[in-house]
Design a protein around this ligand. Structure first.
Ligand code: IPM
Ligand code: MG
Length: 390
């Protein structure tokens, strides 16, 4: 091994030492309950609307318009404000050289909840630096630890709710991996995966609390604990420990590969109810589940923390659709479904139910034709049906 590689290893060990200390302290802070404080019962709820990029502005325009109609009274009475967040486009983020520019973050911090469109993760090829994903950055920044993703297919008896851990696993240090080598593509690379006891306990508790509050009888813990013995092993055993406080709920453990198979097994899939998973498996499995529901364009997602909460579509910005001139064919059901979750979160359950029913109606009428391809129905046509049902 040459001198240069030895030097790189020394640097890597130093970096690893710092990351371990940082993550350990984060766990201690969570244990001490020092993470973001809960929002106080406010007179007015400020909803920040962050359109994002690609098809984001297209689906946000229609969703905003729908919300203005749905919440007309609340807005007039000053109980709700829809506030547009500016400076959050890919171009502006690249120009600022930041994943989420300072002034955007300040605008977000002034809101109670955020409805967010998809954001592209900039890479060096886009003329800027390799920036961290805005989703990942915001989830960590606001400590939005629970990624809640419902998937329903009533015709098949499917009613799943995924509790995806949202701040740890492969995502905690995802942009801080280590590469050793000559720089000519020769060498090795290492990324890190983090599981903390507090981080796991809080997502497990959130999943079991949801199950209990909603009359669910089963929670399935999904890991690869046979291979990732420390991180997934601990995730599984901590979840099982939390489960002891919920004796009325049946708990089972699965490896993620067979769970991926289970979800396409029509004989057994409808028997699952609530899932709790580490970050990356949650990412993958929820796309699979969304596809079963009718496509990633149909699924919404909630990122819940102790203070802030952020609601979004589960899909990406689909720059391809913009490049092909078909952004107007994007399905807004995903963002509207996220808005349903948001309305429920801020205590407007009646409004949430109205929007949910209107989206369902539009989906029944147009869903199959919302292909996102030439000849498909448009975002506007979908939204028009939603509007006429609220
Ligand atoms: C999601 C997305 C994000 C993730 C991307 C955009 C970083 O796939 O919300 O599922 O990996 O979490
Ligand atoms: Mg994903």
């Amino acid at each position: 091994m040459d001198k240069e590689i030895r030097k790189q290893i020394d640097q890597a060990v130093e970096q690893f030492r710092e990351m371990l200390a940082e993550q350990y302290v984060r766990n201690e802070r969570m244990a001490a309950g020092e993470e973001a404080g809960a929002a106080a019962g406010k007179m007015k709820t400020i909803i920040g609307l962050a359109p994002g990029d690609g098809i984001g502005p297209v689906i946000m325009d229609e969703t905003k318009d729908v919300l203005e109609k749905l919440l007309a009274d609340e807005i007039a009475e000053g109980k709700v404000e829809l506030r547009e967040i500016t400076g959050f486009t890919l171009e502006e983020r690249l120009a600022a050289g930041e994943t989420v520019p300072e002034n955007v973050l300040a605008q977000m911090e002034a809101c109670d909840v955020i409805l967010k469109g998809p954001t592209t993760t900039p890479n060096a090829a886009m003329g800027g630096k390799n920036l961290e994903s805005a989703n990942v950055f915001l989830r960590k920044k606001f400590d939005l630890f629970a990624n809640v993703r419902p998937v329903k297919l009533p015709a098949e008896g499917i009613d799943w709710t995924f509790y995806r851990e949202n701040t740890e696993g492969e995502y905690a240090l995802g942009s801080r991996g280590i590469r050793l080598g000559s720089g000519a593509g020769e060498g090795l690379s290492v990324d890190f995966k983090v599981t903390t006891s507090e981080g796991t306990r809080r997502i497990a508790k959130a999943a079991f609390d949801f199950a209990r509050a909603n009359g669910k009888k089963r929670v399935s813990i999904v890991t690869k604990a046979n291979i990732m013995k420390k991180t997934d092993g601990d995730f599984q055993s901590i979840c099982l420990d939390v489960a002891k406080d919920y004796p009325e709920i049946e708990t089972d453990t699965w490896f993620v590969d067979i769970m991926a198979a289970n979800l396409v097994n029509k004989d057994i899939r409808s028997s699952f109810e609530v899932f709790v998973l580490p970050n990356l498996y949650g990412d993958i499995i929820t796309d699979e589940a969304a596809q079963i529901q009718g496509g990633v364009g149909t699924a919404g997602s909630a990122n819940i923390g102790t203070g802030m909460a952020m609601f979004e579509a589960i899909h990406g910005s689909a720059l391809r659709m913009v490049a092909d001139g078909i952004a107007h064919l994007a399905n807004p059901a995903s963002l509207m479904t996220a808005a349903v979750m948001m309305l429920r979160h801020i205590g407007l359950a009646d409004k949430a139910a109205v929007l949910e029913a209107a989206v369902k109606k539009a989906d029944e009428m147009l869903g199959a034709e919302m292909t996102g391809f030439q000849g498909g129905k448009t975002c506007r046509e979908f939204a028009d049906i939603v509007r006429s049902n609220i």
